[in-house]
Design a protein around this ligand. Structure first.
Ligand code: NAP
Length: 287
């Protein structure tokens, strides 16, 4: 039985279509090496994060695993209170390779199961997600993964996965921030009961210096980061902001003491533009 609600009273839980409950705010750990990630994860856990967003491709699962073991979050009740996500490398898509890759991730993380396993990129030019999904379903059946998700899937990729497997993922993690809102993808996900998770929720920091965001922040006595993250929260989106600094980690969790007026919310909606901070899923592979 999950103790998430007891341990993270201030972070809302989003119920997914498979019944799992994911903390709406998690910590992203991209671009931090094995040594660096240990104190970053330890500080996040100490201040109340109960959701870590990792990936095999971030090359730091060993460090994340060390932090979880050192803090006791890899076993027992503490483990049950944590949501740990990891992702399969694109080069390891396919049934057998995904099974082997998962074993390695679990070993590096020093865990018996992960809460969510995700396909990292759809790689439509080398499509193997249908086969990969069969491995994912087996891992779920064996209790080694609780929830299955994808990242960077456009509606056509979600359609194709459904045609091949009869299933939609529970979560689609996509690049999403005020200047790149991907409304067509979000609408498709809502229509198919797929939860939307925003990566690069602040455009890797690029959206923070926006004049509209700064004015709204000043009006509420909060920071631009908190304004953007609050906008996501009000949209019902799961967010995984990354910071290596404890004070910023704390700030990124502290989103529930104010709310945007409908007009402020609409002003941020109106910032949507063609300003991708990351890569195009139609052509990109993280390898
Ligand atoms: N599935 C995918 O393909 C995919 C792709 C990209 C990212 N992701 C995931 O999404 C996570 C977040 O995305 P991201 O790291 O690209 O971008 P992000 O969270 O939008 O922005 C992170 C940047 O903002 C800074 N920052 C964080 N909090 C701040 C605050 N309160 N005030 C000012 N600056 C702040 C961080 O600097 P400091 O660290 O120096 O504080 C860092 O430079 C990643 O870590 C990863 O887990 C997934």
């Amino acid at each position: 039985m999950s103790t998430l609600a007891d341990q993270t009273p201030d972070i809302p839980l989003i119920t997914l279509h498979d019944g799992s409950r994911i903390p709406q705010i998690g910590l992203g750990v991209l671009r931090i090496d094995d040594e660096g990630v240990v104190p970053v994860v330890e500080s996040a856990l100490a201040i109340g994060y109960r959701h870590i967003d990792g990936a095999a491709g971030y090359n730091n699962e060993e460090g994340v695993g060390r932090a979880l073991a050192a803090t006791g979050y890899n076993t027992g009740e503490q483990r049950e209170s944590l949501w740990m996500t990891t992702k399969l490398r694109d080069s390891e898509q396919g049934y057998d390779s995904a099974m082997h890759a998962f074993d390695r991730s679990l070993e590096l993380l020093q865990l018996d199961y992960v809460d969510m396993y995700m396909i990292h990129w759809p790689t439509p030019f080398d499509w193997r997600s249908g086969e990969t999904w069969k491995a994912f379903a087996k891992l779920r059946e064996d209790g080694r993964v609780r929830t299955l998700g994808v990242c960077n899937f456009m509606p056509e990729h979600l359609d194709r996965l459904y045609e091949e497997t009869g299933e939609y993922p529970t979560v689609n993690q996509i690049e999403l921030h005020p200047t790149w809102q991907q409304r067509d993808v979000v609408e498709y996900c809502h229509a198919h009961d797929i939860a939307v998770e925003a990566y690069s929720p602040m455009a890797r920091g690029a959206d923070l210096a926006n004049g509209v965001i700064e004015r709204i922040a000043e009006a509420h006595g909060v920071t631009p980061a908190q304004v953007i993250l609050r906008w996501h929260i009000e949209n019902g989106t799961i967010i995984i902001p990354k910071s290596v600094h404890t004070e910023r980690q704390r700030e990124n969790l502290d989103l529930f003491g104010f709310s945007l007026t409908p007009q402020e919310h609409a002003e941020i909606d109106a910032l949507d533009g063609p300003t991708r901070a990351g890569h195009d899923p139609m052509t990109f592979t993280y390898a």
